[in-house]
Design a protein around this ligand. Structure first.
Ligand SMILES: Nc1ncnc2c1ncn2[C@@H]1O[C@H](COP(=O)(O)OP(=O)(O)OP(=O)(O)O)[C@@H](O)[C@H]1O
Ligand SMILES: [Mg+2]
Length: 424
């Protein structure tokens, strides 16, 4: 029977970089065994989405849970935005800036300023030209005549007049703005202001609440982040292998250090119990030694290398490998952590065309073996064949979410249709 358990789930997931809202509310459930392909235009937020799933990037808001356990949750950004928006409304109301007449004059002033800037730069160009003409005329070579200079001087004069006129008009509009603002202030809607102030107080309270909840939640997030990342193998476009380590060393690095950390923690616990008088000698003796851990990790590396057809590369350095081989090693390195889900971010887009196939083959075998995976890819043929579901992300939201036959065969969203017409 097909498993239907939700492994990773996001709700209203957002991510903002500076002023830019890169993810704008992603609701997504990834079930055990699903192969989810993610497609979408460049810059739409696909990589950011993947990175938020394994908390390589801390989201700005929303919920990320794994196995029903909440790993990240925050409303802080949303509440802060709300508070800021109300503050801005109050400011506009009090200053008179939100009167329709003021807004209209502001727009007019904006146009005049643009015009003025244009005239200024023409003036600058013109006076440079005049200087040049004067020099050439003084040389008397005949390439420039007095008429040329007079024409340019006349041009300068008319530009100067235009500038003066624009300035007068701008001053007039600014005076009107000032007057209309003070009129609006005099007519200030007291009820509206009271309503906004109450809303501000409410928003402020909600913001403080969200801040407290956020801080508590981040503590929890930080405590579980290592465990969480361990469960998610990530493969990037540019392999990210260490060139100063051999293939095997690259693969065993993380599992070994985590294994040692685990043993250390277990030992500490056992010694605590010993101090309380408990006999833990058997458990202590059963803990693996560093050598045993290393042997285990190496054995796993060998087994996985064989699986991707690279057992003979165990002791070479990455620089001697082709791109396709490097990427297969990067996949093995992720698998060595025994993850519950694999996240691939365009695993083949940095490869020469002849190496794409061997990497896709490895991913396909993993998929057939039952691995849950999310894969950002431009390989539409591969997504069609291997994915159980395809997400189309555009402008930071999931615009379409359907099985491949449906999404590619009968796309509904207009932007998806446009996207597919370019890539298919
Ligand atoms: N660390 C960061 N700081 C600032 N902006 C970022 C950061 N990471 C991503 N962005 C911006 O977020 C937007 C989405 O980036 P992302 O890498 O998620 O897009 P993508 O869909 O993966 O695009 P591509 O197909 O080109 O890989 C882009 O505008 C990018 O410039
Ligand atoms: Mg990307």
């Amino acid at each position: 029977m097909k498993e239907e358990k939700v492994l990773i789930s996001t709700r209203a997931l957002t991510k903002r970089f500076g002023q830019k809202d890169v993810l704008r509310g992603i609701d997504c459930d990834i079930k055990v065994g699903e192969k989810v392909a993610v497609i979408g235009p460049s810059g739409s937020g696909k990589s950011t989405f993947l990175r938020c799933l394994n908390l390589l990037e801390i989201p700005s808001g929303g919920v990320v849970s794994v196995d029903g356990e909440v790993l990240f949750e925050s409303e802080l950004t949303a509440k802060k935005d709300n508070l800021e928006a109300i503050k801005k409304q109050i400011k506009l109301l009090i200053s008179g800036e939100n009167s329709e007449e003021v807004k209209a004059h502001r727009a007019e002033a904006g146009e005049l300023k643009k015009e003025l800037e244009k005239t200024n730069s023409l003036l600058k160009e013109g006076s440079t030209k005049v200087k040049l003409l004067k020099v050439k005329l003084a040389r008397g070579t005949g390439s420039v005549t007095q008429e040329d200079l007079d024409r340019e001087l006349a041009n300068l004069t008319s530009l100067g007049e235009r500038k003066a006129e624009l300035k007068t008009r701008l001053a007039g509009v600014n005076a009107k703005i000032k007057q209309k603002k003070s009129e609006a202030k005099a007519l200030l809607d007291k009820d509206e202001l009271a309503r906004l102030k109450a809303a501000k107080a409410e928003a402020q309270e909600q913001y403080l609440k969200a801040k407290k909840a956020h801080n508590a939640s981040m503590k929890k997030t930080n405590a579980s982040i290592d465990e969480h990342r361990r469960n998610m193998g990530m493969v990037f476009q540019h392999f990210n292998l260490f060139n100063n380590l051999t293939v095997t060393e690259n693969i065993v690095l993380a599992p070994l250090s985590l294994g040692l950390k685990d043993v250390k923690a277990k030992k500490k616990q056992l010694l605590k119990r010993k101090l309380k008088g408990e006999d833990v000698s058997e458990q202590l003796a059963a803990l693996p030694t560093k050598l045993e851990l290393a042997e285990n990790a190496k054995a796993t590396a060998r087994r996985l290398l064989k699986r991707v057809g690279l057992e003979d590369k165990a002791d070479v350095y990455p620089s001697t490998l082709s791109g396709g081989q490097k990427q297969r090693i990067a996949i093995v390195r992720a698998l060595a952590m025994n993850p519950r889900v694999m996240l691939f971010d365009e695993p083949t887009s940095a490869l020469d065309p002849e190496m794409v196939g061997e990497v896709l083959e490895v991913i396909k075998e993993l998929a057939e073996g039952g691995m849950t995976m999310v894969i950002v890819t431009h390989e539409i043929g591969f997504a069609r064949e291997v994915a159980t579901r395809v997400l189309f992300i555009d402008e930071g939201i999931i615009k379409e979410d359907a099985p491949p036959a449906e999404l590619f065969g009968a796309p509904k969203d207009a932007r998806l249709k446009e996207f597919l017409s370019k890539v298919l």
